[in-house]
Design a protein around this ligand. Sequence first.
Ligand code: GBH
Length: 488
Amino acid sequence: ESTDGSESSAGFPPGFLWGSATAAYQIEGAVREDGRTPSIWDTFSRTPGKVLGGDTGDVAVDHYHRMRDDVRMMADLGLSAYRFSVSWPRVQPGGSGPASGRGLDFYRALTDELLAAGITPSLTLYHWDLPQELETPRAGGSAAEGGWPQRDTANRFAEYAGLVAEALGDRVDLWTTLNEPWCSAFLGYGSGVHAPGRTDPVAALRAAHHLNLAHGLGVQALRAALPGRARIGVSLNPSAVRPLTRSADDLDAQRRIDALANRIFTGPMLSGAYPSDLMADTAHLTDWSFVREGDAATAGAPLDFLGINYYAPTVVSGSPPGGDADRHDDHGASDHSPWPGAQSVTFHRPPGELTAMDWSVDPTGLYDLLTRYAREAPGLELMVTENGAAYDDKPGPDGAVHDPDRIRYLHGHLAAVRRAMLDGADVRGYFLWSLLDNFEWAYGYSKRFGAVYVDYETLERTPKSSARWYGRVARTGVLPSAVPDAAR
Ligand code: GBH
């Protein structure tokens, strides 16, 4: 039924990867099995007040025990790729030393199942679950807190990357070092809404640097261990940041947030240097002496693809027009900012329709990011490694789950991807976040991002109507010109 629509605006090229994405701590459960040790998210989620409803990933959606059924479901839907992450404390308990054979066996089995089903595996090494032992050593270590603000964590990551590459390099061709280092650094150590929950702007900047360094050292370790056919990238969550007005103050707020959200990572990773305006904007906080000679160049190790995770745009102004009442952010009760040195910047809710996260539906932001990085990094392949939305999905009386809002969201964003491709962006794949409803970090199980509904009592899976709609797009490679009537 596949049409050669590669020249048309609705048809994606043959070989385009149609995937879904997940992350280990959000779906696996089995946190105490087969030698796994705690990660910072185990500790954080068990700390009262940190996660809505006191939810943890102890069971999550039990993917660790239902992996074969989950792969069969992807194959039945017609998906051609699957992006998952490896749990570091499962495959290298404690964060250093030898690999755990039992931990690696799970990912060997997962990738075998995927390959047997004709699904391309895309492996992310780090999706936020740092071994707790690297954050706070139980004994022997220095009294200081560790984690990403400490330089040695970057070396530990490179060692871990090499170990996973040795084990899985024969069967996985798509490798991603880090998922959204902005979140690890600024939500983990700045605002404290993510693990490990620290609130120190300088620790957050140090973390960002050591994540850049870890990425570069990780790329080196992967290149050394993987066969030549492997493709290596990183997944960022670049902010599509717009000024509220064209005033000088608002344009400067846009520049500052672009530096703190985007160029702090793309500077080193794509050009081997930190932006000078970023260092000037934060000079009152730190002299950046944690950046050593050669670090930014290390972070700039050549990449094969850039992964872009996109949900919603950001609108900023330079001075609060209506005082604090206008202030909007999605960082809950935290008084701490994830934007070091940007106290003058106010965040505004963009106009238009909102998802269950209160994030606005705005496909133009995705178009803008894809065409921006196509321009700034010519020759680099792009991949949409996450895009999707949470809605208040509920099974109907017949047990079916109809999610027309999600179909419209996906349709709009896929059209934006195709438009960006026709305007020169070399996009090789799209991964819907997420395959399954899952543990949505600080929101626990209260937000459903899945194309597949999960009943949290029985853990039974039910593909929503969006899963069937997306599966058809994946099988045909053609985006229908209109969304189904039910989704209007
Ligand atoms: C991704 O994070 C994660 O990779 C994935 O694990 C997660 O489940 C999924 O998205 C859905 O949340 O208010 O200015 O701080 C996305 C995290 C959410 C971080 C939006 C930035 C808004 C910026 N991003 N958030 S701001």
